[in-house]
Design a protein around this ligand. Structure first.
Ligand code: A3P
Length: 317
């Protein structure tokens, strides 16, 4: 396996040396453009490794999203829904572990470890674009759940997340206006944002039984409704007895921003060795907080790009 690893990193170095380089918002390594999307080299290595190694099984559930669109929340809701007969809202591992430690990322946590599948429960998350997913994911009958969000809120969330990380590492933070320019040009982790969303949107129209397409704002509006849909879609619908007992409500409450963000593990913990502080994943959890960060001109520019990019798709954001 070591020899394979060495060969892999040699061919990886060969691949990345040929890729277009993009602005990385103040981080030392350039973003790299691979098949139309921008990635850091660590994530790209994980993507290529997952493409080579990951073997999806029919019962797998793959949670997909662009960064800062509600991934942490979707992970916790899905995990709590799937494990509800083993745990309740007083015993769930979500009370003592960060959602990212409960549901791993395919291209980060899983791809770098080994070729073996040792998922506790068959749920994995990824930020990969649809076109980059391992073939076994798109070809098998496993389910995909995608979440997206208003790009204005996603941009603000991403910018503030990265700035906090840069501050914590005593790095110079990147200027908001410059980051905004890069985001508009599509240069951001797993961007262009719109292309990421559109790929999953189009695939969800073609394969509605395989891909559930969710919007953060709609889920914020009526979380219970979407948890019922999610449960149905992933093949573990709530029974009428469970509904009478208020099980979906309890899951929604346990996974709420207010509850998760106040847990000790999410206030003071860190996930992954040397990783980001858990608290950074729980900033505000509001729809429309962009108003506090973007000028009306910036908002209008993003809206304009969104309208252009999504025109004719039937999708609005
Ligand atoms: P804000 O920065 O706007 O607050 P991701 O999980 O994909 O990294 O997305 C992070 C965004 O989801 C952050 O948005 C974060 O606050 C919000 N979030 C995290 N947990 C949440 C929860 N339980 N409910 C709603 N939003 C949540």
């Amino acid at each position: 396996e070591k020899e394979n690893g060495d060969l892999f990193s040699k061919s990886f170095q060969d691949i990345i040396s040929t890729l277009p380089k993009g602005n990385s918002w103040g981080f030392p390594d350039h973003l790299l453009q691979y098949h139309g999307f921008w990635h850091s080299s660590v994530f790209l290595q994980g993507i290529l490794s997952a493409q080579q190694q990951f073997q999806a099984q029919p019962a797998d559930i793959i949670l997909c999203s662009a960064p800062k669109t509600g991934t942490t929340w979707l992970k916790s809701l899905t995990y709590a829904t799937i494990t509800r007969t083993s745990y309740d809202d007083s015993t769930s591992p979500l009370l003592s572990k960060m959602p990212h430690d409960v549901v791993p990322f395919m291209e980060l946590d899983h791809a770098h470890f080994s070729t073996h599948r040792h998922l506790g429960i068959p749920v994995l998350a990824t930020h990969m674009p649809y076109s980059a997913l391992p073939k076994s994911v798109t070809d098998s009958s496993c389910k995909i759940v995608y979440i997206c969000r208003d790009p204005k809120d996603s941009f603000v969330s991403l910018y503030l997340f990265l700035s906090k990380y840069q501050k914590s590492q005593n790095m110079q933070t990147f200027n908001l206006e410059e980051a905004f320019e890069q985001f508009c040009q599509g240069v951001c982790w797993y961007g262009p944002y719109w292309d990421h969303v559109l790929e999953f949107w189009t695939a969800s129209l073609e394969h509605p039984d395989k891909i559930l397409f969710l919007k953060y704002e709609e889920m914020r509006d009526d979380t219970i409704l979407y948890v019922l849909r999610l449960a149905e879609f992933i093949g573990c619908p709530f029974s009428s007895e469970e509904e009478e007992k208020g099980v979906p409500e309890k899951i929604v409450k346990m996974c709420s921003f207010e509850n998760l963000s106040n847990l000790e593990v999410n206030q003071n913990g860190k996930h992954r060795v040397g990783g980001a502080e858990n608290a950074n994943y729980f900033r505000k959890g509001k729809v429309g907080d962009w108003e506090n960060w973007l000028t009306p001109e910036m908002a209008a520019r993003l809206d304009q790009i969104t309208m252009q990019k999504l025109s004719g798709s039937g999708l609005t954001l």
